[in-house]
Write a protein that binds this ligand. Structure first.
Ligand SMILES: [Zn+2]
Length: 747
């Protein structure tokens, strides 16, 4: 089956909300060569230009990077060509009378491997091209290919071929004693198992009537989620306030808001949109509680047209699970994740919730005291309540007043060029890699010229014989029409082709970091440094995949509740004093950051951490609640407003006041196939991330030996083996929750 690119998106609701950066201007930065150096046992050593010259031949990439010279017409004609070729290929495959590994499976693997780059390029451009016509053509191509893929994945004649081969395998000696199978055979067996399982999970082993029903359900679900996210992306709603009502919001932020004159009152009003750079500063800094209350609820109630799509999808999912023999949709979806079933997930979430409660109650007491003091100062009434619209405001006030963290000032020490060089250096040291930027105009090709950096990545295990790993792109700053969050897009997986030659992977990081202004270069905020480390974690996962079959390599190959763990683990480096110090270089003076500034920042890492975790648990438990219904009526009778708000108050311990809202209408995760009954995965993966960090890196974060083990055991194996077995091998024991609980301040 054709495998599509899916962005590995940073952040749940929550984490990225906490310190969301404000992205306003649009600036391209010139590409600057990334430092070239390599790690040996004595530590870091920079290559001088002459040394590079000497070794130049060793660093000629054995594979050219892809070309990006697409026109809108070509995008559509290529997409149609791929669909036609695929149709021909599958028709030929189903015509084979005696399908076998040799005449059926291996050609299928090769076909899938060979086509993934072209498909991903065509579908990726909608997110990043500078040209609207190209973005539109890419979106159209994506729709064509997605529909085609649903058809192919439900082709009964293809399933019959796989089914026969799968049954034959049961008599295969090597399959019955996998230890004797070569790595290549092992992968092929796993490929057959996986394809067969995918078909069964799509109901291909059921009657024609049921298969048709499933096809209809799948198409409707796909349509609903497409529409849901389109509505979300295109919403242009806002809430308006007077200047007085927005007291406390900084002048810079006030300048962002469009203004108009209210016809009835004649007052000037400021339009606050629900885009992060508008709504968050209001929730964080507007002094008037009524303003915050109105803004919070208006934001939560946006995109009301999504409600019917959401409810319809819940019903369809329940139906899908039922036809496929599961009591709930959650159990169907969890079957292929680490957690396996809903009982395990619920136990995990509820246990955490109970443990966090006493800690969160203490945090609220502190925040309430601040609220009380402020009320006295401002001569406002104090009612001894702590509402949901109070939280961002007092959390922010606490950070500012108590810890005195000046995020703007800190960012002056992190100009984007030197910081990224430094971050790559850390990656190189830990994982024994080497990044070399492609600056040769004849060899460089990107979708947005020099707005995008292109780098060749090498493995340096034998310094005299660098081993090419693949290509990575960095598209770091906002642009009109560009994807608005931070994500890693896998472009082409690593695989071995039909001539037994390794074909190298291509991957891209797409971010929206603060851009340069008229008087300052682009400076990275601390949360942007963390984001870069996070996304690069996914990117490296993609690059170092060592399996022969593309679909077993990279983040997309591991169970979805593990996918964030490698990236979450790397975030720890961005909270270490030494690493932050080494990355710093003031944009004017070149000075290192004063330690006191770093200390103030690091001290805030866990501030209000229990309340933050409980908010995540609210999302996770709501997601489980709506996906564990056991009959249709349950969904019809479900009071979603009560469920969403009631659960939030009960779990996050923050009061709703007299108003309830429909925040689920913009809960994008819940509409995705991967994150439905899967939001818990963020915290679940964090258990492993924290365990790996504390047991292997906390004492010596730059330890190359641990880094190489991590690279080769956790990342390079992708999804070919059980994740838990890899973890056991890397940790030298069963994974444990202990470090995670400790990190949350429990135990
Ligand atoms: Zn991620």
């Amino acid at each position: 089956m054709i495998q599509f690119l899916s962005p590995i998106i940073k952040s749940g609701i929550g984490k990225s909300f906490k310190n969301k950066s404000i992205l306003l201007s649009l600036v391209a930065i010139p590409a600057v060569a990334i430092g070239i150096y390599h790690q040996n046992n004595q530590g870091l050593r920079f290559y001088t230009a002459s040394q590079v010259k000497m070794n130049e031949a060793a660093f000629i990439a054995p594979q050219l990077s892809p070309k990006w010279d697409f026109s809108p017409e070509r995008i559509l004609s290529d997409a149609k060509k791929i669909i036609d070729t695929s149709n021909d290929f599958y028709n030929a495959m189903v015509a084979i009378e005696n399908p076998s590994i040799e005449n059926f499976v291996i050609p299928s693997i090769n076909f899938e491997n060979e086509n993934s780059l072209a498909i991903n390029q065509l579908t990726f451009l909608q997110h990043v091209s500078k040209d609207k016509l190209i973005r539109d053509a890419s979106l159209e191509a994506t729709e064509l290919i997605t529909n085609f893929d649903i058809e192919i994945s439900l082709r009964y004649d293809m399933f019959k071929q796989f089914d026969k081969i799968f049954n034959d395998l049961k008599d295969n000696k090597k399959y019955n004693d996998l230890k004797t199978a070569t790595p290549k055979d092992y992968e092929i067996f796993k490929y057959v198992e996986k394809c067969h399982k995918d078909y069964v999970r799509s109901g291909l082993n059921l009657s024609e009537e049921k298969r048709n029903e499933i096809k209809e359900i799948k198409k409707r679900i796909a349509l609903n989620s497409l529409q849901f996210s389109k509505n979300l992306g295109e919403q242009n709603e806002f809430v308006a306030f007077t200047k007085e009502e927005l007291e406390g919001v900084s002048d810079d932020v006030m300048k962002q808001f469009e203004t108009y004159t209210d016809e009835q009152t004649g007052e000037q009003k400021f339009k606050v949109t629900f885009k992060y750079p508008d709504i968050f500063p209001v929730l964080k800094t507007a002094k008037n509680p009524n303003t915050r209350k109105i803004a919070f609820n208006a934001d939560q109630n946006k995109v009301p047209e999504n409600e019917k799509l959401f409810i319809d999808t819940l019903k369809l999912r329940y139906q899908l699970g039922k036809i496929l023999g599961y009591d709930t949709y959650a159990n169907y979806n969890l079957d292929i994740k680490m957690a396996k079933n809903q009982e395990t997930v619920m136990e995990f979430l509820v246990d955490l919730k109970d443990k966090l409660k006493p800690l969160a109650e203490k945090e609220i007491e502190v925040l309430k005291a601040i609220k009380k003091t402020e009320a006295q100062e401002l001569n406002m009434a104090y009612d001894d309540h702590y509402y949901i619209w109070d939280h961002r405001y007092y959390d922010n006030k606490y950070l500012k007043d108590k810890f005195n963290v000046d995020l703007e000032k800190i960012s002056e020490y992190y100009p984007v060029e030197s910081t990224i060089q430094g971050m790559l250096k850390i990656y190189e040291t830990v994982m024994n890699l080497k990044f070399i930027e492609e600056t040769d105009k004849d060899l460089k090709s990107t979708w947005a010229g020099d707005d995008v950096k292109q780098l060749a990545v090498w493995k340096m295990d034998d310094p005299s014989k660098p081993e090419f790993v693949g290509w990575i792109y960095f598209d770091l700053h906002p642009r009109e029409g560009k994807y608005g969050h931070a994500a890693n897009f896998g472009m082409a997986p690593s695989y071995i082709d039909k001539d037994s030659k390794r074909i190298y992977p291509v991957t891209a990081l797409v971010c929206n970091f603060s851009a340069a202004t008229a008087d300052k270069p682009a400076l990275l905020k601390h949360n942007e440094i963390t984001t870069f480390f996070h996304e690069l974690g996914h990117g490296i996962h993609d690059l170092v995949g060592n399996n022969g079959i593309g679909r077993f390599n990279g983040p997309g190959a591991v169970p979805w509740d593990f996918v964030e763990a490698p990236s979450q683990m790397l975030e720890f480096w961005t909270w270490n004093k030494n690493e932050l110090l080494s990355l710093s270089k003031h944009y004017k003076t070149g000075e290192k950051i004063p330690e006191s500034l770093l200390e103030s920042l690091i001290a805030t890492k866990h501030v209000n951490g229990a309340l933050f975790a409980l908010r995540q648990l609210h999302f996770g438990l709501f997601d489980m609640k709506v996906h564990t219904t056991t009959d249709d009526n349950q969904i019809d009778n479900m009071d979603l407003v009560q469920l969403w708000n009631g659960l939030r108050e009960e779990i996050s311990l923050v009061e709703n006041g007299d108003e309830m809202n429909k925040g689920y209408d913009s809960f994008g995760h819940i509409m995705s196939d991967s994150y439905s009954a899967g939001y818990y995965g963020y915290m679940w993966a964090e258990v492993f991330a924290t365990d790996m960090y504390y047991s292997k890196f906390a004492k010596d974060p730059l330890n190359t030996k641990s880094g190489i083990e991590y690279r080769d055991i956790i990342l390079a194996r992708g999804g070919i083996r059980e994740t838990n077995d890899n973890l056991k091998e890397f940790l030298g024991r069963e994974p444990s929750k202990e470090a995670f609980l400790k990190e949350l301040g429990l135990q």
